[in-house]
Design a protein around this ligand. Structure first.
Ligand code: COA
Length: 332
């Protein structure tokens, strides 16, 4: 195979959410909270939740089909499927199930775990394969079903999360529409937000003991995560813009991971981006982790607000801790 270095473009988007939704009044039947508290502290009004018969792979596949259809790309033409998720149906990975579901028989498929930064990390990973000329058509899906791992007795965290999926198609393109990026990690802050494995000793022989157990529910230090996001996200967006030789004045849209409306507002204020350029759909979905960015992108595109050629600065941040930003132009 001859490999020719090339640029890339984001040519289609799609999204999906479980049908069932739970609003703040419904949630206040489960934990001691209120619509007033949740809406004023987070901007969230409702979230979608997957039922026991729904799978992450099925949700991801619906979003993927919608993205392929917008990009007018056949599943059989996809070279690579990247699934950004922290909540696979199968700990060995769920990307291959999506590959089978789509009939994308020529695609190699694997999962990528970077929590709420997963979509941005996935986009940059996909770009490396395209820019080096190895693959031409990549399907990137961000999907999470955090309702499986949320502690539904912890009002400080359970009110924040929801389930959903979003996807984009990235294609080799004569003009490179990915203009700049910056990625960062700090494992020293891992304790702030995690879904930690916890095992019990399981003796196998007299001198060999292994560990067997399961994952603990989401554990979060809300104040620390809030502080981290408001400080680090503007920095990383500035870095990606600097790499793109742009300033915040040049962007049409600021597309942040939908964690909390107050975080969105504070980051936008620090970057001096006016509210009308800040994409937000957190009220209806809550924090869907790796899905928030492609889900919000897809909704805004389908509403006709994002136009071909628009410049978007997107930033994901969360567990790891990890954070990153990417600047790209939509389609073209
Ligand atoms: N309903 C009602 N009261 C609640 C509540 C809820 N759902 N959750 C917490 N409270 C109470 C607390 O018990 C506390 O009461 P007290 O003062 O009597 O002890 C009070 O509200 C304030 O709690 P606190 O934790 O200080 O609130 P906060 O202003 O820091 O807001 C978050 C909490 C979670 C909304 C906020 O810290 C946040 O958004 N952090 C970022 C989290 C995030 O985005 N995580 C994902 C990143 S990918």
């Amino acid at each position: 195979m001859q490999q020719v270095a090339t640029g890339l473009a984001v040519t289609g988007s799609g999204s999906a959410a479980p049908e069932t939704s739970l609003d703040n009044d419904g949630l206040s039947q489960i934990v001691d909270t209120s619509d007033e508290w949740i809406a004023s502290r987070t901007g969230i009004r409702s979230r979608h939740l997957s039922g026991p018969d729904e799978s992450l792979a099925k949700l991801g596949a619906i979003a993927a089909r919608n993205a392929l259809s917008m990009a007018q790309v056949e599943a059989t033409d996809i070279d690579l499927i990247l699934l950004a998720t922290s909540t696979p149906d199968d700990l060995f990975g769920s990307a291959c199930q999506i590959q089978a579901e789509l009939g994308a028989k020529h695609a190699v498929a694997f999962d990528l775990t970077a929590a709420c930064s997963g979509f941005v990390f996935g986009m940059i990973t996909a770009a490396q394969f395209i820019r080096t000329g190895v693959y031409r058509n990549v399907l990137l899906i961000g999907a999470d079903v955090l309702s499986r791992w949320v502690d539904w007795t912890d009002r400080r965290s359970c009110v924040l999360f929801g389930d959903g999926a979003g996807a984009v198609v990235l294609q080799a393109n004569e003009n490179d529409r990915l203009l700049g990026f910056a990625l960062q990690s700090d494992g020293c802050l891992h304790d702030c937000l995690n879904v930690q494995y916890q095992g019990k000793p399981r003796p196998l022989t007299d001198n060999i003991t292994v560990s067997q157990g399961t994952y603990q529910p989401v554990s979060m230090n809300g104040k620390e995560v809030y502080r981290f996001a408001v400080n680090r996200v503007p920095e990383v967006v500035e870095k990606a813009l600097f790499q793109a030789d742009l300033t915040t004045n040049d962007i049409d849209w600021l597309l942040l991971h939908q964690a909390n409306q107050r975080i969105l507002d504070a980051v936008a204020k620090r970057l001096k981006v006016p509210a009308e350029k800040v994409i937000s759909n957190i009220a209806n979905y809550g924090n869907t982790s790796a899905a928030t960015i492609p889900l919000a992108l897809d909704e805004t595109v389908r509403q006709g607000h994002i136009k071909p050629g628009d410049t978007i600065a997107a930033s994901g941040f969360g567990a790891g801790l990890s954070w990153g930003a990417v600047v790209f132009q939509w389609q073209r």
